[in-house]
Every structure is written in C-alpha cells, then in structure tokens.
Design a protein around this ligand. Structure first.
Ligand code: ASP
Length: 354
C-alpha cells in the first residue's frame, strides 16, 4: 500500500498490518485490548484504524470478500437493545474475518429470568467466547463486562454514553469523502456540525472525542433543552485545544459547514417537556434542502440511523446527492473488521487500559 501518510502534515506514521494473516503473527502498533469508547484513542490510533479499514475495504472488493485472519476465534454478539445496522455489520465483519460468531438477543436469553450481567458474561466466556460485542441500555455496562471478561469487549452502544464504532465509521466516511485535506484523518480544520438530539446521543458523545482529536472544528446544534451540559464540556475542550462550539442558532451552525450530521430524535429516551412538538422541532431544526443550501457547496449530509424522515431530516435530503448515509452503513463493515482485527492482536498482558 502506498504510504501517503508521511506526505501530509501532522500525521503520525503507522505501519498498516497485512490483514490476510492473523494479527498476532506480526507487530502492530495497537495496544488497546477493549474498545469501550474513543476517548482513549490518540491521533496515531485513529490513523491506524482508518488505514486498517482501507485494507479491509480492499478485502471487501475481492470476489470472495473473506480472509482467514480470525479463524478459530469465537466472537459473541450480545445485544440488550434493538439494532439493525450495528448488530448485522458486526456479524458480517466477524464472518468476513472467518471468526466463529454467536448471536445472543438478551430478550431471548436467561436475562429474562433475572440473570445478572456479570453472570451472563461469565457464562459466555465459559462457553468459549474470546471477543464480546455488547450493546446495553445502561451507560457503563460494557465497562463492567470488561472487568470480568477474559478477552476483549467491544462496545456496540451503551445508554447515552458511547458508540465508538459509529464514531470511527463516521470519521472514516468523512475522511474518504473529504480526502486530500491537510491531515491523513481528513477532517482537520473542517467545520463539522452535529445537529439535533445531542442530549440523548451516544453517537454525539463519542464523535466529540474522535472529531476533535482529529482536528475538526466541531459544532453542536439543537434546541437548548437538548444541549444541556455540553457548554461546560465545550469550555473544557477548548481549554485543552479542541475546537468545539455549542449553539442553538441553526443558521450560524450550518453556515459554510463541510459536514452536517443530523441526529435522530430519540423519542424512547425523551422525558416530557424537552420539546414542544415534533412538528415544531422539524420546522426549527430539521435538516431541509433550504438549510443544506446554506452549508458549503457539496457539504456531506450524514445520519447514524435509524432516521425519522420528515422530523430531523427531510426525505429528499436523506436521499439527495449530498447524502453519504448509505456509505456510513457500508463503511461500518470495514471499520468493524478493522477493530475486531486490531483488538484480536492484543493479549491481556500487553494491553494498555482500556
Ligand atoms: N443507531 C444509533 C445508536 O444506536 C443512533 C440511534 O439509535 O439514533 O445509538
């Protein structure tokens, strides 16, 4: 693979692994045993994930999109909350790497008989799991699982807290589309707007870490009730050299934006009084074609899904020429292959926390 990283300013040099063979058979500069959030990842880690995902994209473009890299390794996918994209793409990713995959929906397991999370995780490990992909409605649950599980835990979304693989596939999608920027991560100096229900969004919370670490000029925008607490975070971020603005002024946020990511209004997590009505929300903050026109020409339109079309995003914008929403889904497979691969190469003894 051509080494373009060194030609760009401020980009760490990373050696891209050969993903056709097992990760433990070669030196890889990755030391994280678990992926619980992106807050512990530095620019070199992000670059390694992006470039490993590039290698996985090459695998996906082959007539037989499969490598034997994780043959003999057992990956269990345990979801306590509904999911289509994240669950399926983890399964496809693990299978593309030739891992053995077990799927558990908590609603059909002994969890319904009152089994605790710790007991469930211990049982899964006793049944041979070496990697555990987990989604849970309670923030922090994967951290508890990581304390008792002997292998690697990958967080597939916990409560309002974190969704690291989504943030990394978002960064990957921006990097692929914005390309040619001053950094190998593609977003340095770019104005990226996250618009909508920030309060309940684990996607936003993880994206804040990865996008600001990658040098983006990040804006969070939504009704004041759905931005509570983020001003203080932005203040601390700015003090640490991260570019991070919080506003309810949708025109100021969208003006000259390079990327606009609309977030789902999370009705299931909404307590009463946060929004007057969905119709008013759509009128004041919905991502319409008229609003997209105030961003930079060709600005990327993103959404982590699932979408409420006509509420946070207009149907014609979601399906329009600037939308990269389908790319996000496709890139999710390459990113999750990259992460399973990188984590599988780390033994407990050599891992950095987390
Ligand atoms: N799919 C994302 C998540 O699980 C976003 C959403 O549900 O709105 O967090």
């Amino acid at each position: 693979m051509t080494d373009v990283a060194g030609e760009r300013t401020g980009v760490p040099e990373v050696a891209v692994p050969s993903v056709d063979v097992a990760p433990e058979s070669q030196p890889i500069g990755w030391r994280h045993r678990h992926l619980l959030d992106v807050d512990g990842l530095v620019a070199a880690d992000l670059e390694l994930v992006m470039r490993t995902a590039d290698a996985m994209r090459e695998v996906l473009a082959r007539p037989i999109a499969k490598v034997p890299a994780l043959r003999g390794r057992s990956v269990t996918i345990l979801f306590y909350e509904a999911s289509t994209r994240t669950r399926v793409s983890f399964e496809v990713a693990a299978k593309n790497l030739s891992a053995d995959v077990v799927n558990i929906a908590a609603s059909a397991s002994s969890v319904t008989k009152g089994e605790s999370l710790v007991d469930t995780v211990r049982t899964i490990e006793a049944l041979g799991a070496q990697m555990l992909v987990m989604r849970h409605g309670v923030s922090g649950a994967p951290y508890l699982a990581a304390e008792v599980f002997g292998g690697s835990v990958l967080n597939g979304g916990d409560g309002w807290h974190a969704h690291p693989t989504q943030a990394l596939l978002d960064l990957y999608t921006m990097r692929s589309r914005l390309g040619g920027g001053p950094s190998g991560l593609g977003v340095a100096g770019r104005k990226v707007v996250i618009l909508g229900d920030v309060l309940h969004s684990r996607v936003a919370r993880s994206n804040i870490w990865s996008l600001t670490a990658a040098g983006a000029d990040l804006w969070l925008c939504g009704p004041p009730t759905l931005l509570r607490g983020f001003e203080a975070w932005a203040g601390r971020g700015a003090a640490a050299g991260r570019r991070f603005t919080v506003t309810s002024d949708v025109s100021a946020a969208l003006r000259d934006a390079d990327v606009v990511m609309a977030l789902r209004i999370q009705r299931e997590r909404m307590s009463s009084g946060l929004l007057p009505s969905l119709r008013e929300y759509a009128a004041r903050y919905g991502l319409t074609a008229a609003r997209v026109a105030t961003a930079k020409p060709g600005a990327l339109v993103m959404h982590p899904g699932p979408m409420n079309e006509g509420v946070e995003i207009a149907a014609d914008v979601a399906a329009g020429p600037q939308s990269v929403i389908t790319d996000q889904v496709t890139n999710g497979v390459a990113i999750r292959m990259a992460l399973l691969y990188l984590l599988a190469g780390v033994s407990p003894a050599e891992s950095a926390k987390p």
